[in-house]
Design a protein. Structure first.
Ligand code: SIN
Length: 330
């Protein structure tokens, strides 16, 4: 029987998992390389043979479409290598859910892809990164992880890319999957999966493999009591292809802003209503007449993930009915 360990490719992008804190509490992201992160956890050798590639060296607030396209290309190349069993991506936690969902839609693979980060810098008292990395590699190296889509591992939990959201500024248990729950648990490398995700992803995604070399501009506008129409009008004047409204409650917004959205939709801008509440579904045609106004609803996707799907959808079509079907599928 072969004792060879599975081969895992680590793609490093920076974040607090690679960050350093000084004695005064100051902090810098992305100080350590992928190779240094691996060297800090020698126990990883029991799980896999791992090779690291530095794709970026940034705090994830600087993650953008250009880095996403590069990261997707490098991840796809690794996944297409028959010798590679799975990919682990180290990433800042701030925008990890957006990157995870983007990759969930554009990677053509049934192999494991796991994003991992940390809330405490690598040099902090009691950093969480080493155990998170150990667990992420264990999940990526496990054949049972195949065909579950892109996953996020942190704080002994496994989350689906579509469901996960960062919910706390500093606490280790920041990641939650509020609507459909966890993909599973992982305790020092011992994995317990709870069930599959029901929405389409990776190998079954129409957006995979990624062919676009740029993504259309989509802006998010945050609703609040008294939202005026000005920012929506400015976005349209700036030539955006799409607008996501981070709506109050069930994707709601003031009458004047709604009027601006309807005008934007008539002018050919795709307008998606999502919710800033952090949970629940935005449904069509309940209080707002979406059919009449030409609007799209995000269902359970939070505003930042709705933006990701809208950008990818707009690379194929700007028909509101087609875009709505994608929001019901992914
Ligand atoms: C970042 O997202 O790069 C900083 C925060 C973190 O990684 O926890």
């Amino acid at each position: 029987m072969s004792t060879a360990k599975p081969s895992i490719r680590l793609l490093a992008t920076g974040g607090t998992i690679a960050g350093a804190q000084n004695a005064a509490g100051g902090y810098a992201a992305a100080v350590m390389s992928g190779d240094e992160l691996l060297a800090a956890v020698p126990q990883l050798a029991h799980l896999a043979q791992i090779s690291a590639e530095q794709v970026a060296r940034i705090g994830s607030q600087d993650m953008d479409e250009t880095v996403w396209l590069k990261l997707a290309t490098r991840a796809q190349a690794a996944l297409d290598d028959p010798a590679v069993a799975g990919v682990v991506i180290t990433h800042g936690t701030d925008t990890m859910e957006e990157t995870a969902y983007f990759l969930n839609l554009v990677l053509k693979t049934d192999k494991p892809v796991v994003l991992v980060g940390a809330m405490r810098p690598a040099t902090a008292i009691s950093p969480d990164g080493p155990m998170n990395l150990y667990n992420a590699v264990a999940v990526a190296a496990d054949p049972a992880t195949k065909n579950r889509g892109v996953l996020v591992v942190a704080n002994d939990e496994i989350h689906f890319a579509r469901e996960v959201a960062k919910t706390n500024t500093t606490q280790l248990g920041t990641f939650k999957s509020p609507n459909r729950g966890l993909a599973g648990l992982v305790n020092r490398g011992r994995i317990h999966f709870f069930g599959p995700t029901v929405r389409r992803h990776t190998a079954a995604s129409e957006f995979a493999p990624l062919t676009a070399t740029a993504l259309p501009r989509v802006e998010i506008i945050h609703a609040y009591a008294g939202l005026r129409r000005d920012l929506i009008d400015v976005a349209v004047q700036q030539g955006v292809s799409g607008i996501v409204i981070a709506g109050v409650g069930a994707g709601n917004l003031s009458s004047v802003a709604l009027q601006a959205c309807a005008e934007a939709a008539r002018a050919g801008v795709a307008v998606v209503r999502s919710s800033l509440t952090g949970g629940g579904v935005v449904e069509r045609n309940i209080e707002i007449k979406d059919d009449e106004l030409g609007l799209i609803v995000a269902e359970e996707l939070n505003p930042q993930k709705a933006r990701v799907l809208l950008m990818l959808g707009l690379t194929r079509s700007n028909d509101a009915a087609q875009l709505q079907r994608w929001f019901q599928t992914y």
